[in-house]
Write a protein that binds this ligand. Structure first.
Ligand code: HEM
Length: 210
């Protein structure tokens, strides 16, 4: 405790600022979508190439008839984990809101095909900021006018990449593509999920640090 006090005093004296003086979390309404130039640097950083775009587009055709089954798997994972299902529960009685789950599931299905289209233009970038907000307290519950838990803890967003990436593989393999093609599609999905979660992080992160 004493060390903490010392450290706080040190920080306050060196920055001239107390923790209480720090600016409040960003007003997510004022955030701007990432520019195309910034997004290019991000893609470059995580080795996203035109080959990945092609592989994603190839996956679109394969996944098109399977989004219901894929969502069964993904929702099955969330439903089997009370700490995740929690974010679909009502604040009032703590029970899952079935109508909320069903409405989000429909948008999730559309999102799979939208992501697989790999058309990452300015409209798509703006949409990602909105989808980030819908996980964050600045936009969650708004679309479905529900009174559910108000924020999804940030730590679970990057964590969910792993089960989504892992469990998509059988669906990518379901139409008889070669192992190499399935590998390429799964790898492209991995990168698309990482890109997506980075963009969705924006409402959670101090703009100076994003
Ligand atoms: C890789 C990470 C994730 C992906 C790709 C993802 C995907 C999606 C998609 C596509 C939607 C529908 C967006 C819309 O069109 O409105 C959505 C909404 C939602 N997701 Fe996620 N999600 C992720 C992480 C999480 C986690 C960890 C949770 C925790 C259970 C979660 C809970 C929700 C909830 C509650 C909504 C509804 C938000 C609202 O009120 O509009 N998501 N997610």
């Amino acid at each position: 405790m004493f060390r903490l006090l010392l450290r706080t005093a040190f920080l306050a004296s060196t920055t001239g600022m107390l923790v209480a003086d720090l600016p409040p979390p960003a007003d997510a309404e004022e955030l701007q979508p990432m520019s195309a130039a910034e997004f290019d640097l991000l893609k470059k950083t995580l080795l996203y190439t035109e080959d990945d775009a092609k592989a994603l587009r190839a996956s679109r055709e394969i996944l098109a008839g399977q989004t219901d089954a894929l969502l069964d798997t993904w929702y099955g994972f969330v439903g089997a984990n009370p700490h995740l299902l929690h974010f679909f529960t009502r604040k009032g009685d703590g029970k899952p809101d079935d109508a909320y789950l069903a409405a989000v599931r429909e948008r999730f299905k559309a999102w799979v095909l939208d992501t697989a289209a790999a058309d990452f233009d300015a409209a798509w970038l703006a949409k990602q900021l909105e989808l980030g907000r819908r996980h964050h307290r600045s936009g969650k519950n708004r679309t479905d006018k529900v009174d559910a838990v108000e924020n999804i803890n940030y730590r679970y967003l990057p964590a969910l990449i792993v089960p989504l990436y892992t469990t998509i593989r059988p669906y990518l393999a379901a139409k008889g593509n070669s192992e190499t093609e399935v590998d390429a599609m799964q790898e492209a999905w991995r990168k698309a999920l990482v890109l997506t979660v980075i963009l969705w992080s924006q409402p959670y992160v101090d703009p100076r640090d994003f």
